[in-house]
Design a protein around this ligand. Structure first.
Ligand code: AMP
Ligand code: GLY
Length: 428
């Protein structure tokens, strides 16, 4: 069988790498892919980004199933397009993808269906937003409405910071943030600051049945100790011990099932990966910080390292509506991935630095590529997050040691990475 993965990040490299392990899969196409998927003899990059051209390609190649990695094409309606052509694809429709593409939609949805989340208000008028923040006080969280690659959120610890964020987001006439505004209008969601520990809770949904993936925890800030600006994610590990069996049951009961049922009630059947970004307080109560309608990046890298089931089979069930027949098998070890980012990330990542000393793949350590491109003498940096060095170990500490041992052998100029991925689990 031939399969197609859409996207070019570390998440897509990990999905493609996992799919290539299925004995039923002969070819994994990646559109457009990156320097890592280009170098892997089992993967084939397809230099297409136009949705209709990708669908033509899938049709011509008789691709058995397509899986969409990033939010952009999902919010752009690529699943609707594939389905209209009779092509098998795993992902949410454009309508369902609003859970991620519009914070305002997601917050109103959660309020309507009583799904635990932070209290909030939505504003288009800067004056009203400033007045609201003054009334609420700090800490408070300001979010741009619209896709912003993880950069449109400011957790303001003081009022001046909050006011500055509002001006930045609502009066950002040249759109430095690069937010894809909904309905062409800048909007902010201002919400209550939640305390606790975060976790990524990802499930697969076929429209009726839900299967949860292994839990994970991302590290969103650029610098050690959760300092510095928010990024797309600087590292992740799986499982996340904060999600105890009790918390897991609560999340399914109070968040995941009500979300799938609420969408259906609103006339939108949810298919695809549903990712609830959780804040879990000290009493074990989970609240939804955000929804994504796709796998996480970098969470996918450690999750795929641990998945023992055949991902191709799982995707076939997920697109047949038979996920109730699936019981996922996981490696009992911990997987931990550390992102190496380019100089200048997240604001202005530098491109074109040669990447050297990449190790060979090992059963317990993989270097997944993200922002890389093939260069004349080997891969070069081509984006913000460049690599995700991911390793398995019998404990978080051992997985961490192995990942950093591999990482320290790799070189590119200006590489930035955190030294403390997994620290919360180690502290426990
Ligand atoms: P989001 O894109 O909505 O996931 O926000 C990015 C990050 O900002 C989250 O992963 C949290 O670390 C932080 N954050 C977002 N909303 C809140 C909140 N209400 N309280 C505390 N931290 C938050
Ligand atoms: N790692 C966070 C995300 O994928 O949104």
């Amino acid at each position: 069988m031939k399969v197609l993965v859409i996207g070019n990040g570390g998440r897509e490299h990990a999905l493609a790498w996992k799919l290539a392990q299925s004995p039923k899969v002969q070819t994994v196409f990646v559109a457009p892919g990156n320097g890592g998927t280009a170098a892997d003899p089992k993967l084939t990059n397809v230099g297409l980004t136009d949705y209709a051209a990708i669908a033509d390609f899938a049709q011509a190649e008789k691709v058995a199933v397509t899986v969409v990695g990033p939010e952009g094409p999902l919010a752009g309606g690529i699943v609707d397009l594939f389905r209209a052509r009779g092509l098998r694809v795993f992902g949410p429709t454009q309508a369902a993808a609003q859970l991620e593409s519009s914070k305002a939609f997601a917050k109103a949805f959660m309020q309507r269906h009583h799904i635990p989340t932070a209290a909030f208000e939505t504003f288009t008028d800067a004056k009203a937003a400033h007045a609201y923040v003054d009334a609420q006080g700090a800490p408070i969280v300001i979010k741009a409405d619209g896709l912003a690659a993880g950069k449109g959120v400011v957790v303001a610890m003081s009022l001046p910071q909050a006011h500055e964020a509002i001006d930045w987001m609502l009066s950002d006439s040249d759109n430095k943030l690069g937010v894809q505004h909904n309905a062409g209008q800048a909007r902010v969601v201002i919400e209550q600051f939640l305390e606790g520990e975060e976790a990524s809770f990802i499930v697969m949904c076929d429209g009726k049945n839900v299967v949860s993936l292994a839990t994970s925890q991302d590290h969103k800030r650029l610098l050690d100790d959760d300092q510095g600006p928010n990024t797309g994610g600087m590292g992740a590990y799986s499982p996340a011990p904060v999600v105890t069996p009790n918390v897991h049951a609560k999340v399914m009961h109070e968040i995941i099932h009500p979300t799938i049922a609420g969408m259906a009630k609103d006339g939108i059947v949810f298919t695809g990966f549903l990712y609830a970004g959780l804040m879990i307080d000290s009493s074990g109560q989970p609240r939804t910080v955000e929804f994504n309608c796709r796998m996480g990046d970098p969470e996918t890298q450690p999750i795929m390292m641990r998945l023992k089931s055949d991902l191709f089979d799982v995707l076939m069930h997920a697109t047949d509506g038979t996920l109730d027949k699936v019981e996922l098998e996981w490696d009992r070890r911990v997987a931990l991935g550390v992102v190496m980012a380019a100089a200048g990330y997240p604001l202005a990542p530098r491109k074109g630095d040669p990447i050297t000393h990449l190790p060979a793949d090992a059963p317990d350590a993989m270097v997944f590529h993200a922002g890389t491109a093939p260069g004349s003498t080997g891969p070069v940096t081509a984006g913000g997050r460049v690599l995700c060095v991911t390793a398995l170990g019998d404990s978080v500490k051992l997985a961490q040691q192995r990942a950093y041992d591999v990482l320290r052998g790799i070189h590119f100029d200006g590489a930035q990475y955190r030294r403390d991925i997994g620290y919360r689990a180690i502290k426990r």
